[in-house]
Write a protein that binds this ligand. Structure first.
Ligand code: PHE
Length: 344
């Protein structure tokens, strides 16, 4: 029996030595140390042994078992270390390799100009508001002193969705919405950038969809000189400190008096050239003092409050500032055009 156990030990140790994977090692463990293995078998036959032999063989069997188990554990640690080594070698990262270039985008010119104008007005204490692009006839027209049938509605050819719903033709409805929403009728100082829509045929200066930025300041004692001061700051900050502004009388149903603002032509410095069509001035926005009817309809007492409003097209501002000659460039998204205006 002693020889049998020693032979088993030699056999098992040889197999452990020969094993090269964890699975093979596990097979050896099951084969020799498992419940159905030969060592268990030997121990089972111990009943037939004499009282002197029994402890000797028992001890030997345990030693053999221990030796095999140790050999398996050692071998297992060796295989695992080898595998780890191999994995580390395979997954090594060469941090000195050059990276793959990532194409970095940039804001659209229109986005940049709107943000620049927003920053400028935030600096003057204005808040930013937004309103819906699908607007009610009431806010787009009626609340702005343009009742149904008013001839001035023709100034803005509209896309109607139903009798009472349309795509807003300007951002002015946000004036009425903002004032209406304020329960306590406190002063308002806001600008509202957003998309507007008109039934125009697209050409170099017209687009059926374009952008506007509305401005509204309502408070006690707001005067025309306040409007002029704000617009003058805007023009100078946007186009250069040497620009002059000029207000010309105009008409909008929601402002009285109404004006159009020109800036002195940057190209010829006011002398007259093809850009300003020989006049020395370039029109950039419409404005005026909020009509008392508009204040009243929004719940503001025109005897207590007054205000100014203005509306401008950022595409036009960008066209003048950067010499863009066609409004369609803002919407056709030709990267060759857009990339010229990316600031890194
Ligand atoms: N809403 C006018 C337009 O689209 C512009 C404007 C706004 C004029 C505010 C006066 C005051 O033409």
């Amino acid at each position: 029996m002693k020889e049998q156990l020693q032979a088993l030990e030699q056999e098992a140790l040889a197999k452990v030595e020969a094993a090269s994977t964890l699975q093979e090692l596990q097979d050896v463990r099951v084969a020799y140390l498992g419940k159905k293995g030969p060592i268990t078998e030997v121990l089972r036959g111990m009943g037939k042994l004499s009282a002197e032999e029994r402890p000797v063989i028992g001890e030997l069997a345990n030693t053999v078992r221990g030796n095999i188990a140790n050999a398996i554990d050692e071998k297992k640690a060796g295989i695992e270390a080898e595998q780890l080594e191999k994995q580390l070698a395979e997954e090594q990262i060469d941090v000195t390799l050059p990276g793959r270039p990532v194409a970095v985008g940039g804001p659209h010119l229109l986005t940049s100009i709107v943000e620049e104008i927003e920053d400028l007005f935030i600096g003057l204490g204005f808040e930013i508001k937004e309103g819906p692009e699908v607007e009610t006839d009431y806010y787009n027209f009626e609340a702005l002193n343009l009742p149904k049938g008013h001839p001035a509605r023709d100034m803005q050819d509209s896309f109607y969705i139903t009798e009472e719903l349309l795509l807003r033709t300007h951002t002015s409805p946000v004036q009425a919405r903002t004032m209406n929403a304020l329960e306590d009728k406190r002063p308002v100082k806001m600008i509202c950038p957003g998309k507007v829509y008109r039934r125009d045929t697209d050409d170099a200066t017209h687009s059926h969809q374009f952008t506007q930025i509305e401005g509204l300041y309502v408070d006690k004692n707001v005067r025309m000189s306040d409007l002029k001061g704000v617009l003058d700051r805007f023009a100078k900050q946007m186009f250069g400190e040497d620009r002059e502004i000029r207000l010309r009388p105009s008409f909008f149903p929601f402002t009285e008096p109404s004006v159009e603002m020109d800036i002195s032509c940057k190209v010829c410095n006011g002398k007259g050239c093809s850009v300003c069509k020989g006049t020395g001035w370039i029109e950039i926005l419409g404005a005026g003092m909020v009509h008392p009817r508009v204040l009243e309809m929004a719940g503001y007492d025109p005897k207590e409050y007054s205000g100014f409003a203005f509306g401008m097209g950022p595409e036009r501002i960008a066209m003048l500032k950067y010499g863009v000659d066609d409004i369609r460039h803002f919407y056709t998204n030709d990267l060759r055009f857009l990339k010229q205006y990316h600031q890194a």
